[in-house]
Design a protein around this ligand. Structure first.
Ligand code: PLP
Length: 396
């Protein structure tokens, strides 16, 4: 069959590193092994019933069978404003400071298209969520990596960025609670970020995908709570994790009016908007009692305790994540991330995501998702214990 030549930009897209992990996992499973897959980031719990019911009712309403308004329903944007006020004390203008997105990923990919020219610099965390790279490649911009180091609490150190890079950069991606490290941001760090970005005229996009998931009773803070943040950029909040709505594809961008307008303008030309019934159910999720969110965070916290204690019991010196549903575990001496992940998959039938897939500074770690029951997580660590690796490297 004839095969059409694709555009140059498609050939420049980064390889989907984790596609090969999925293939490897599938192969081991097809050989009949019971793989405990801790490598993925797909929430394991269903969407809370009251949200599903809201969708079912709204789906029957003919109002939603027509095209929805181009820039999303006013009532959803109002609910987003109520949510931000209630949760973070942040005031938003529903029409000017809220954009409805087809999932957080869409917003992350749209931003470079809206704000950079080919060759412009975009600051990207390393390690970081690989979808930032996709938007950079589609806009033909270039990435400048901001190392996230354990000694800095996995926060970037702006004083280490070359002054010319800071001056050239047009856009910066940040993400706290962080995927993959599980780190959370401090108020001081967000204030410093806003000041740094405003000084160098960099647009900040804070990806708040794990905004609801903080441990030890500490609620993660919004970037928009920092002074000067609205001046500096936006935050993207997805329904995927807080409400287990990953399959629904809905999120929103909030903050700087000019950025929201640009996102809306691009979307006017690409889509109409999300199915009105999904917008209605999202509104209900944001406005109704948040017991389901509290229960979800407690569930992840209990899994985190189970995982971390199991690791400690076999001599694996890991730190508990402060937020997100990931744990960032150091690889024992003598292995690369990839080698260690391969051994765990092949010999223990436990899949983990090798840290180098998130960037150069992810080397030396593997990422584990808290997306299985306590028993399954403990079993995974017991299987790893049987490999004897930690008996040999107990001094790490
Ligand atoms: C850091 C981060 N940002 C954004 C997303 C995208 O979420 P969604 O597109 O489902 O809203 C994810 C999903 O895994 C993520 O881990």
């Amino acid at each position: 069959m004839k095969s059409f030549k694709t555009s140059h930009v498609l050939t420049q897209l980064p390889t989907q590193f984790f596609a090969s992990l999925v293939q490897k996992v599938n192969k081991v499973m097809s050989e009949g092994h019971d793989v405990i897959n801790l490598g993925q980031g797909n929430p394991d719990q269903p969407t809370p019933t009251h949200i599903v019911q809201a969708l079912q009712e709204a789906a029957a309403n003919p109002v939603h069978h027509k095209y929805p308004p181009f820039r999303g329903t006013h009532s959803l944007k109002e609910a987003v404003a109520v949510f931000y006020k209630r949760e973070y004390g942040v005031t938003l203008d529903p029409e000017k400071e809220v954009a409805v997105l087809f999932g957080g990923k869409a917003g992350l990919v749209e931003l470079p298209l809206c704000f950079t020219e080919p060759g412009d610099t975009i600051l990207v965390p390393d390690p970081g969520y690989p979808d930032y790279w996709s938007g950079v490649a589609l806009a033909k911009a270039k990435m400048s990596m901001m190392p996230l180091l354990a000694e800095n609490g996995f926060l970037p150190d702006y004083s280490k960025l070359a002054p010319e890079v800071a001056d050239e950069a047009k856009l910066m991606f940040l993400n706290y609670p962080n995927n993959p490290t599980g780190a959370v941001a401090t108020k001081e760090f967000f204030a410093e970020t806003a000041a740094f970005a405003n000084k160098h005229n960099i647009l900040v996009c804070h990806d708040f995908a794990y905004g609801a998931i903080g441990f030890n009773g500490k609620k993660p803070i919004s970037f928009l709570q920092a002074e000067g943040a609205k001046e500096a950029g936006i935050e993207i909040y997805t329904m995927s994790k807080t409400y287990n709505m990953a399959g629904w594809r809905i999120a929103f961008a909030v903050g700087n009016e000019s950025v929201i307008e640009a996102i809306n303008l691009l979307q006017d030309h690409m889509y109409v908007s999300i199915f009105g019934a999904i917008q209605e159910a999202t509104k209900q999720a944001l406005l109704q009692p948040q017991t389901c969110v509290e229960e979800l965070v407690a569930r992840y916290e209990s899994r985190r305790e189970a995982l971390v204690s199991a690791c400690h019991s076999i001599g694996w010196d890991v730190k508990a994540p402060e937020g997100s549903f990931f744990a960032w575990l150091p690889v024992p001496d003598g292995y690369t991330s990839q080698q260690f992940a391969d051994i765990l998959l092949e010999q223990a039938h436990v899949a983990v995501a090798p840290g180098n897939g998130f960037g150069e500074h992810g080397e030396g770690y593997v990422r584990v998702g808290l997306l299985h029951t306590e028993e399954r997580l403990q079993e995974a660590i017991q299987r790893i214990a049987k490999l004897g690796i930690f008996e040999r490297t107990c001094t790490m």
